[in-house]
Design a protein around this ligand. Structure first.
Ligand code: AVJ
Length: 334
């Protein structure tokens, strides 16, 4: 590797990022049914729109999770031994981790793991100022794959994984199991994992949360087309597509789609894509779990239930698991 490539000031590899986006979009729009991975929602505008979603009255998950964490912080903190390291998978803004950090001053280290290095550095500086005794050890990594923890986190007596936000719901169940297996490997023996997961509930409440009256979720979904137009030379007309979101109870997931309002042709990177009237691009799945269904998934890869808490309405769950003594690799794969 040359000196330039190692320089921390060097911007993100635009070329590599762009080609991954281009490949995923062209492949996804070239198959039937059409789809684009949900991770591409989060450009600058998309991240701001998601922040706005968390504030619309119908979107309960963020408020309910914050309430559950605040109300049960003392009990959650009892799972944290002195000197432990808190490892957050996909930290984004660390307002949820701050609740745990505040309730568990016995934590020696906090390891936020995220793909955005810029965001991590900014948040780390703020945390160091607010928690002067805490070692803040950010790691730039994609937590879907194995990565190395900092030496000081490995040296801690135990590691506590933290995966809030119902991000686990964006994974297909098979990939959620793979994530849980990877988390077990990274955190190591005797570790604990705390997961925030949205619960299965009345379809009306779920449907309203993804079809807010102000249209913020629709704008978030449609922003994907604007991003494709800007970054991949797309010719999508936003007014020719419509936001669709609904609870699929058989598969226990909210599905988001962009539906073509007419028969039309769209170009992306010089390739022509045909749409039938009503044909959709599947843009997101948000799986909903019961306490038992998440437990079953976790148990299958070696995590044993260690606690469960919800908000007062019972809409959102915080579940804790501990790693069984039996090595994960010795268990049958799911
Ligand atoms: C960030 C994946 C938890 O699934 O509720 C919100 C994303 N999509 N509204 C979710 C989202 C539409 C959100 N997660």
């Amino acid at each position: 590797m040359d000196a330039l490539a190692r320089s921390p000031r060097r911007p993100q590899p635009q070329g590599a990022d762009l080609s991954a986006f281009a490949t995923d979009v062209l492949n996804g729009l070239g198959t039937t049914p059409k789809r684009v991975p949900a991770k591409y929602f989060y450009d600058g505008a998309g991240s701001l729109l998601f922040e706005q979603i968390t504030e619309v009255p119908e979107y309960y998950p963020t408020r309910c999770e914050m309430q559950a964490l605040r109300d049960h912080a003392a009990e959650i903190a009892e799972l944290v031994p002195a000197g432990a390291a808190l490892v957050e998978f996909g930290s984004g803004s660390n307002k949820k981790a701050r609740i745990v950090l505040g309730a568990a001053p016995q934590l020696a280290a906090y390891v936020p793991v995220d793909i955005s290095g810029e965001m991590l550095a900014r948040e780390a500086a703020e945390l160091r100022a607010d928690y002067p005794k805490l070692k803040v050890l950010p790691v730039v990594a994609d937590f879907c794959y194995p990565f190395d923890l900092p030496r000081e986190a490995k040296a801690a007596p135990v590691r506590i994984g933290f995966f809030p936000g119902s991000t686990i719901g964006n994974f297909e169940p098979h990939d959620a199991a793979a994530f849980l297996r990877n988390a077990a490997r990274i955190l190591g023996p005797k570790s604990t994992l705390i997961i925030g997961a949205d619960l299965i509930k009345d379809a009306d409440i779920l449907n309203a949360a993804y079809n807010d009256a102000a249209g913020v979720t629709a704008a978030f979904n449609l922003n994907l087309l604007t991003r494709i137009n800007r970054e991949l030379g797309g010719t999508f007309k936003r007014e020719c597509f419509e936001h669709h979101a609904f609870f699929n109870r058989e598969r226990s997931r909210i599905e988001m789609h962009l539906a073509s309002l007419k028969r039309q042709k769209v170009k992306v990177m010089g390739e022509t894509i045909d749409f039938r009237a009503g044909e959709t691009i599947h843009t997101e799945n948000s799986y909903k779990y019961s306490v038992d269904s998440l437990r079953a998934l976790a148990r299958g890869v070696g995590w044993l239930p260690a606690g469960v808490w919800t908000d007062t309405q019972g809409y959102f769950s915080i579940q804790a698991f501990t790693l069984s003594e039996e090595p994960v690799a010795a268990r049958p794969a799911v």
